[in-house]
Design a protein around this ligand. Structure first.
Ligand code: MG
Ligand code: MG
Length: 254
């Protein structure tokens, strides 16, 4: 069931979304060769404390029966697609890191992800990051009343594939509100004429995960970290977007 939010609830989600955006900006400014993903996680936890925000990924249950997610951020490096666990890994020049982060504040969730180069990266990898963010924006443009959700999904896929990237199928975006994950699922692929008709008050987390090679992924033995099957790099961008009478409003805009 898709939950329609009132204007008052959207106002609260705007605050949650902006909190996520602020923390992601702080994290981005700390990304450099030599920092560990654990240090980035500690920064995120501290910034949550300052803002009285609950880091909503922390202790999230594992769908394979493994341990709950131990971090406030997902830190996915290079061929890691999503759900990387922050730890001892030291970022080095030429790496890319996707940081996915969400909070619960005043009863409402916000969820956003960015992919950031560590120092200089190759032109192909820079292009992966750029096209993934652009594909998200193409999808968001379609998040308006009267459109079917499939228009969002289709716009992301067409843009990604036109630029030679592949779309991960196993993980998708989602509705968001009092819970981080609500209906409907928001795939990054598929036909434009499918899915529910979008209405004002729906709020979606749209989050393309694009790969340089095969779209196929697998989950590592830690029951969390998702990697590309061919070891090529993957990028991930996400925004929490409210459908309004005037069109899409990006609640996590930085
Ligand atoms: Mg996310
Ligand atoms: Mg999400």
């Amino acid at each position: 069931m898709i939950i329609i939010k009132t204007p008052e609830e959207i106002a609260k989600m705007r605050v949650s979304g902006q909190t996520v955006a602020q923390v992601l900006t702080i994290l981005e400014n700390n990304i450099r060769p030599g920092i560990t993903t654990r240090e980035l996680n500690a920064i995120a936890e501290e910034e949550c404390r300052k803002r009285n925000a609950i880091p909503v990924f922390k202790n999230y249950p594992n769908s394979f029966g493994g341990r709950p997610f131990p971090g406030a951020i997902c830190a996915s490096v290079n061929d890691e697609v999503v759900h990387g666990i922050p730890g001892n890994r030291v970022l080095k020049e030429g790496d890319i890191i996707s940081i996915d982060f969400g909070v619960l504040l005043d009863g409402f969730a916000g969820d956003s992800a960015i992919t950031v180069p560590v120092g200089e990266v190759s032109p192909q990898v820079a292009n992966l990051i750029k096209v993934t963010e652009e594909s998200l924006m193409r999808g968001i443009e379609q998040a308006r009343p009267g459109n079917r959700l499939g228009k969002v999904s289709h716009a992301v896929q067409v843009y990604a594939e036109k630029h030679g990237l592949s779309v991960v199928r196993e993980f998708v975006g989602h509705g968001i509100g009092r819970n981080m994950h609500e209906d409907p699922p928001v795939p990054n692929y598929g036909r434009a004429d499918r899915g529910p008709v979008l209405k004002p008050g729906m709020v979606l987390a749209i989050e393309p995960m694009l790969n340089m090679g095969t779209p196929k992924v697998l989950t590592k033995m830690d029951d969390w970290t998702v990697v590309t099957q061919d070891g090529l790099y993957s990028a991930h961008f996400e925004h929490t977007v409210a459908i309004t009478d005037r069109g899409p409003e990006i609640l996590t805009l930085r």
